[in-house]
Design a protein around this ligand. Structure first.
Ligand code: COA
Length: 502
């Protein structure tokens, strides 16, 4: 039955078991695999690689769109297959190997990886492994629930392995828009002028003679582990919706707002979910990951169109949405991540970007990646692509982590992913700080007042006051700037010990 999905009959003879296809990948190679936030990832060939590594030396550079599902990053890490990994990951076992220095992780803006490959500043890609739901009559690859970097990996790689996944619905066909920017320095403007713009083809165009193997698979995407909204995420969503309402009242946005981007995770999902009951309508999304909330907004009649690079859903939503994905045709487009995250398009459309911070500081710098400035969490992902170029760059975070032992708002962040120049609005469950047009001293004032948890507010205000006495455009006490972090490392809490009662 899989032959129906390989419409170019001359490719039928290329179907082989995963183990045989995996032999195309040799020690030292660079492999570009499909997969973006657990969606549309290669699922069989990486496992065959891990098995081979038990009996031979096999180390590769692995590039993907973003994080992988089906524990592929864990399995490859445990098998010792990964020597380099880029541009994003979210696996606890791989994260530890990165932090031990065993895997060289290159944390990149998601829009940039293929640009670097195309201009030969990185690479070359030896083998591309791409999940498909069909192969067209002319050998084009029809991707599945994500595009990510798959198109450029396939176009640039010497050899292509296709994982034809029979569980991925054929109704996905027609929902992709594969547009590849022309080469620099004579690049044409990217013809995406609204979230709905179709600019390219519904498949990845390649010369079918480069398809070296086809592996038939039947494994589903992993589901997203989104936690249900809680009091804090609801409060964050509430502050943000109130703020957007004010923007509408003041005539800076219309009732349909501007194309929305929301980062992956519980908070961003909860914020979008909150729009269901909000006063806005005819919304559009120009995002990278389309999560449960996208489909809830569709079904509530609030969202007209969503453009992204992947569909990443919780288990329940996946079971509900995938069988009827065809009903969203005409309202949903998946694009290569360099287009979903392209600075030119984000700036043109005036996107509202909502991403999550690990910590932020009293001047508005944001750390999205490094715990205590050293330990990698996941990576910057697309947050930088959107923050720098959005109409409104919004960062959300709970004001406390680890049961209150950590304040997410600190005097100085220990690592900067998004600097003060790129951050327009900060939101915690405590409140919202609108930083637009404010000088650093004013930013500190509003962030300490509106975003810091009450249990740390006096501590932050005290730091701010004493720093002000020393002066400067961005006042700091350098000898104390990281004292909260070092106290956490030494005592397990950023909170100073209370003097013992007599
Ligand atoms: N210091 C140390 N740890 C912190 C922390 C801080 N200031 N703030 C949060 N954490 C910990 C949490 O305790 C939690 O730990 P656990 O996994 O052991 O429970 C973990 O970080 C995740 O925090 P959580 O509050 O559950 O938020 P999240 O799942 O939404 O993740 C980021 C937050 C920042 C890690 C995540 O959004 C991310 O990786 N962002 C960067 C990529 C990105 O923004 N992409 C956007 C486009 S998809």
């Amino acid at each position: 039955m899989y032959r129906d999905r390989i419409r170019l009959k001359s490719l039928w003879g290329k179907v082989v078991p995963a183990e045989e296809a995996a032999f195309l990948i040799k020690d030292g190679m660079t492999v570009g695999m499909s997969g973006f936030t657990r969606a549309g990832d290669a699922k069989a060939v990486p496992l065959a690689l891990a098995e081979r590594a038990a009996s031979e030396k096999l180390k590769i550079t692995l590039m993907t769109g973003a994080s992988l599902g089906n524990d592929v990053d864990r399995i490859l890490t445990e098998a010792g297959v990964l020597s380099r990994r880029l541009p994003f990951q979210a696996d606890p076992v791989l994260r530890k190997a990165i932090n031990r220095g065993e895997v060289m992780f290159v944390d990149q803006h998601l829009s940039e990886t293929v640009e670097l490959l195309r201009s030969r500043q990185m690479g070359p890609v030896d083998v591309a492994v791409i999940e498909a739901c069909a192969i067209t009559e002319n050998g084009g690859i029809v991707p599945t629930t994500s595009i990510g970097n798959s198109a450029t990996f396939a176009i640039l790689a010497e050899k292509i392995i296709i994982e034809l996944n029979l569980t991925q619905p054929l109704d996905l066909e027609g929902m992709h828009d594969v547009y590849i920017p022309t080469r620099r320095p004579f690049r044409e403007p990217i013809p995406v002028v609204t979230a709905e713009s179709r600019a390219g083809l519904p498949y990845i165009p390649i010369d079918p003679s480069r398809i070296a193997a086809i592996v038939v698979t039947r494994k589903q995407d992993s589901s997203a582990s989104i936690l249900p909204p809680d009091d804090e995420t609801n409060a964050i969503a509430g502050h943000l919706i109130e703020f957007l309402g004010r923007e509408v009242k003041q005539g800076r946005l219309g009732r349909s707002l501007a194309p929305l981007q929301a980062g992956i995770g519980t908070i961003a999902n909860a914020v979008l979910h909150g729009l269901i009951d909000g006063p806005f309508h005819d919304l559009t999304m120009y995002s990278e990951v389309l999560q449960d909330s996208t489909f809830e907004l569709f079904d509530a009649g609030k969202l007209n169109f969503a453009s992204g690079s992947s569909i990443t859903l919780s288990a329940g939503k996946y079971a509900e949405v995938l069988p009827k994905i065809g009903s969203y045709k005409g309202r949903l487009l998946l694009r290569p991540q360099e287009i979903s995250n392209h600075p030119e398009v984000i700036r043109r459309l005036g996107v509202i970007g909502i991403n999550t911070a690990l910590e932020c500081d009293i001047y508005g710098n944001v750390n999205s990646t490094h715990v205590n400035g050293t330990q990698m969490m996941n990576g910057i992902g697309g947050s930088g692509d959107f923050a720098r170029n959005s109409h409104l760059a919004i960062f959300v975070t709970k004001s406390l982590a680890k049961g209150g032992a950590i304040s997410s708002v600190v005097p100085m962040v220990t690592h900067v992913d998004h600097n003060e120049h790129d951050v327009d609005v900060l939101v915690t469950e405590v409140g919202l700080a609108d930083l637009r047009g404010l000088a650093p001293r004013e930013r500190a004032e509003t962030i300490v007042r509106n975003c810091v948890h009450p249990s740390y507010r006096e501590l932050a205000a005290d730091y701010q006051r004493r720093a002000l006495q020393r002066g400067g455009h961005t006042p700091h006490l350098l000898e104390e700037a990281f004292a909260w972090h070092t106290r956490f490392q030494q005592t397990g809490s950023m909170m100073p010990a209370q003097p013992a009662a007599d």
